[in-house]
Ligand binder design. Structure first.
Ligand SMILES: NC(=O)C1=CN([C@@H]2O[C@H](COP(=O)(O)OP(=O)(O)OC[C@H]3O[C@@H](n4cnc5c(N)ncnc54)[C@H](O)[C@@H]3O)[C@@H](O)[C@H]2O)C=CC1
Ligand SMILES: CC(=O)[C@](C)(O)C(=O)O
Ligand SMILES: [Mg+2]
Ligand SMILES: [Mg+2]
Length: 354
């Protein structure tokens, strides 16, 4: 592991230079990696591992849409695609990539296949950290490890195909074989991570639940909605409100932040914009800070986990989520967004010759 300086703080990280793909493949050459679940993370990780030359099999419920998706992605039933329990039996590494709620339901079926020396791999600290609520308590004679890509499985795959990578955190909860460290790092590199940073199961789930409820997903939609609604109430058109709240951010400004940081994005905007943004950002920070405190407390108390378990364990959880997503999609703001997206030059029919 390399010590790197992050803004003045030293951290242990693993880079692709330090742990190249060949070394990862050699570390895992005797192992069969069973990816259980083929939702969002499952395909991203399984396909990246396969394309990186690892022995991978997929475990998925038969006669489900996701089984068909796995077949469409080239997994062959009876060869490298199996029912969940069969895959768990064959794997020496069990990558438990069912939804967090389904991990609870399937635990009694998986546990008998976690025999001595195997590794149980998660991409979320959820099941282990909230064990009083999930009942997920692994046997003592297996490794329990985590690689959590910091982003959607969809992006993990897309970036891999484009020759790029998402960063991931990694953690070891239990090292029964003495190989947990090399296994977790090899798998982290194998799934297509950029660099790997060290964490614990608890820190991973606390930060992850905070991030997705906060700046990554929940807070950003709240911020967009507040500004869009304000502009509409003050007489601005949907086009103006959407462009000034969302489209400009995703198309123009965020790529600049991604490339070179916030100050550089600011520096590429007008001095008028810089003056205003520098004056206002702290007011926004201070306004939302108490909400973030509440959010973290709710994560740490297990309240967020319980809410997720309760709602996503219901028979009709998917329909309920879809209905709430439809509400967002059908809001004026996101309907306006759809029209705006359709008008992006790259989405226009081939330019007609003049
Ligand atoms: N979605 C993402 O991109 C990310 C997910 N994670 C973590 O990765 C893990 C997997 O998450 P996702 O891929 O989002 O899960 P998902 O919601 O897409 O579901 C994964 C699989 O679980 C199966 N499943 C759902 N309910 C089931 C049940 N009752 N019985 C049997 N199978 C069932 C689905 O068919 C699917 O194959 C979770 O721990 C999640 O927190 C981590 C980083 C990002
Ligand atoms: C994509 C990701 O990392 C999330 C937002 O934490 C998740 O899907 O759970
Ligand atoms: Mg995450
Ligand atoms: Mg998450």
């Amino acid at each position: 592991m390399a010590k790197m300086n992050f803004g003045g703080v030293e951290e242990n990280v693993v880079t692709r230079d330090e742990f190249p793909l060949e070394k990862a493949r050699a570390t895992m050459k005797e192992e069969t990696i069973a990816v259980i679940g083929y939702g969002v993370q499952g395909p991203g990780q399984a396909l990246n591992l396969r394309d990186n030359g690892f022995n991978v099999i997929v475990g998925q419920r038969q006669e489900s849409k996701t089984w068909d998706k796995a077949v469409a992605d080239g997994w062959e039933p009876g060869v490298n695609l199996f029912p969940i329990e069969e895959a768990a039996k064959r794997g020496t590494v069990i990558q438990y990539l069912l939804s967090d709620a389904a991990q609870i339901a399937l635990w009694p079926a998986i546990k008998p296949h976690l025999t001595a020396g195997k590794a149980l791999y998660f991409s979320h600290g959820f099941g282990i950290t909230y064990k009083e609520r999930t009942g997920i308590v692994p046997p003592k004679d297996i490794d329990v490890i985590l690689v959590a890509p910091k982003g959607s499985g969809t992006s993990l795959r897309r970036l891999f195909v484009a020759g790029k990578g998402l960063n991931s955190s990694f953690a070891i909860f239990q090292d029964a074989t003495g190989r947990a460290q090399e296994r977790v790092v090899a798998l982290g590199i194998g799934v297509g991570s950029g660099y790997l940073f060290e964490t614990t199961f608890q820190k991973e789930v606390y930060s992850d639940l905070t991030g997705e409820r906060g700046s990554l997903m929940g807070a950003i939609q709240g911020l967009f909605a507040a500004q869009y609604d304000l502009l509409r109430r003050r007489g601005h058109s949907p086009s103006e409100a959407f462009n000034e709240s969302v489209e400009e951010l995703t198309q123009s400004l965020m790529p600049l932040v991604a490339e070179n940081g916030m100050d550089w994005m600011y520096a590429n905007c007008s001095t008028t914009a810089q003056r205003g943004a520098l004056d206002w950002w702290k007011k926004f920070r201070d306004a939302v800070a108490p909400v973030f405190e509440d959010l973290y407390d709710s994560v740490a108390s297990g309240e967020e986990a319980q809410r997720s378990i309760d709602s996503n364990s219901k028979e009709d959880y998917r329909e309920k989520l879809d209905a709430e997503l439809a509400e967002l999609r059908e809001s004026e703001m996101w309907r306006a967004g759809k029209t705006v997206r359709s008008l992006r030059p790259e989405n226009q029919p081939e330019a007609v010759e003049k």
